[in-house]
Design a protein around this ligand. Structure first.
Ligand code: DGL
Length: 271
């Protein structure tokens, strides 16, 4: 048993898709979330800049003596997949989104064609394809960068009937439909916020795999199997930090988590 908090970070509100799943799976855990809203998006930055940001985000979470850190950002997870981000860290349990997500996608596909959408940096890294081929080398991977999805989400254009989101989604996802993928990895943790639109464009037969949800399931499996899950009577707390104004962030929090009970939102500096 370990009652320390789980630390989660993302460049913005995207990682809340992981938090939502974590609180559903492990309601007794305390969670500390950092959204680096002052510097979002990460997906358009160089690998060195993303590495510097990620190290600062990790150092911020380490100050809370967290027992685990989840990199709920597809961009950090993929661009820095081979970099030793946690060397010298006090935190020994950590994960990015790639492996939990591709494991779920490989198990889900029936026709052997998996689509991957993500930020330009994630797609350029090719790391989802590489990770999929490590599990199954008979799978065809179709990738597409969707750079306008993150700004749509950060600015709240997420409704299933939103005309702008729909036009953009149709344009981006045309190749996925043409190639006949039956499983689509939402390789950026912002994208599940557009799940309604994406699903209505792709159709009911295509299974959407949320990287935020899969990393949360990985966290549960790991903490439970290692005896590190929290044990307390009451629900855990959720402390959210953002690096820019609390205003838009708080609005998004309510929209994306569906409530604001037992949640604190604060602005912080990670430098
Ligand atoms: N949620 C981030 C990701 O999963 C957003 C991307 C960005 O900051 O560009 O990649």
């Amino acid at each position: 048993m370990n009652n320390s908090a789980i630390g989660v970070f993302d460049s913005g509100v995207g990682g809340l898709t992981c938090v939502k799943e974590l609180t559903a799976l492990m309601p007794r855990e305390n969670i500390i979330y950092l959204g680096d809203t002052a510097r979002v998006p990460y997906g358009t930055k160089s690998a060195d800049t993303i590495a510097r940001y990620a190290r600062e985000d990790i150092s911020f979470l380490e100050k809370f003596n967290v027992k685990m850190i989840l990199i709920a950002c597809g961009t950090v997870s993929s661009v820095l997949m081979t970099r030793p981000l946690f060397d010298g860290s006090t935190v020994t349990e950590y994960s990015g989104v790639i492996y939990p997500t591709v494991t779920a996608a490989c198990a889900a596909t029936r026709c052997g064609k998996i689509g991957v959408i993500g930020t330009p940096a994630t797609i350029r890294s090719g790391c989802y394809g590489k990770a999929i081929r490590e599990i199954r080398n008979d799978i065809k991977v179709v990738s597409k960068a969707c750079p306008m999805f993150v700004p749509l989400v950060e600015n709240g254009y997420t409704d299933v009937n939103d005309k702008v989101a729909r036009i953009i989604a149709e344009e981006y996802l045309e190749v996925m439909k043409r190639e006949g993928v039956d499983t689509l990895i939402l390789g950026c943790t912002h994208y599940p916020h557009l799940e309604g639109v994406i699903s209505s464009v792709m159709g009911d037969n295509v299974r959407l795999i949320s990287s935020g949800a899969e990393i949360a399931k990985y966290a549960e499996r790991t903490l439970v199997s290692k005896g590190l899950a929290a044990e307390r009577e009451e629900r855990g707390t959720l402390d959210l930090y953002c690096t820019d104004s609390e205003e838009l962030f708080s609005e998004n929090v309510e929209t994306f988590l569906g409530h604001k009970d037992n949640i604190t939102v604060s602005t912080c500096s990670v430098k």
